[in-house]
Design a protein around this ligand. Structure first.
Ligand SMILES: [Zn+2]
Length: 214
């Protein structure tokens, strides 16, 4: 089973991918993580990618494809979850080729659908304990005692600088611009399935499982 997970930042793709990896043995292909890992390991592709990034350029499709090919070969027969790739029609075609060269194919493209205003509230409201990193939320999960961490009693909390409305809306617009060109490519092949990304983590997991087990 090979799937592409689509959804804007904050939709919960990472959480679902980690769960699928733990429960089904699928391999997560997050291109950002894979690039950082290849650079850190100093693999041939990593060395090439490092030089490109040091020059302030974007890593080419050829480098990303080589990375994915390496990872697919290492993963053996386990299924793969693609996250952050493909982002263009050309990359979608490159992914098909990478898979078909290994006698594999894409089974589903699962989009975590979000409602933008609700996503903004979800992301902008979140904060964590500065000491133990316990997660909280202004609306849904305030500490039992105002200003005191339930877990460790600390009184300092932190918010990520990216968790602001302007950033979330900009990323949402970027996501739409990037995804629109590839959805028709997969829709015409009947691969696209949509799940409600605003549901709870458990409900989203159940929706994804129902698709994978159908
Ligand atoms: Zn704490």
């Amino acid at each position: 089973m090979n799937i592409v997970l689509l959804g804007p930042p904050g939709a919960g793709k990472g959480t679902q991918a980690a769960r699928l990896q733990a429960q089904r043995g699928m391999i997560q292909m997050s291109t950002g993580d894979m690039l950082r890992e290849a650079v850190a390991k100093g693999s041939p592709v990593g060395i090439e990618a490092k030089a490109v990034m040091a020059a302030g350029k974007l890593v080419s499709d050829a480098i990303v494809s080589a990375l994915i090919g390496e990872r697919l070969d290492a993963a053996g027969t386990h299924g793969a979850i693609f996250d952050g790739f493909p982002r263009t029609r050309e990359q979608a075609e490159a992914l098909d080729l990478l898979l078909s060269e290994r006698d594999r194919s894409l089974d589903y493209v699962i989009e975590l659908e979000v409602e933008e205003d609700a996503l903004v509230r979800r992301i902008v409201g979140r904060f964590t304990c500065a000491n133990c990193c316990a997660p909280y939320h202004d609306e849904y999960a305030r500490p039992l005692t105002e200003g005191v961490c339930d877990q460790c009693g600390a009184t300092e909390f932190v918010r990520r600088p990216d968790d602001n409305e302007a950033t979330v809306r900009r990323r949402m617009a970027e996501y739409r611009a990037k995804t629109e060109p590839i959805l028709p490519y997969y829709e015409q092949r009947g691969l696209v399935r949509r799940v409600d990304g605003m549901a709870s983590v458990e409900q989203v997991a159940a929706q994804i499982d129902a698709i994978l087990d159908s």
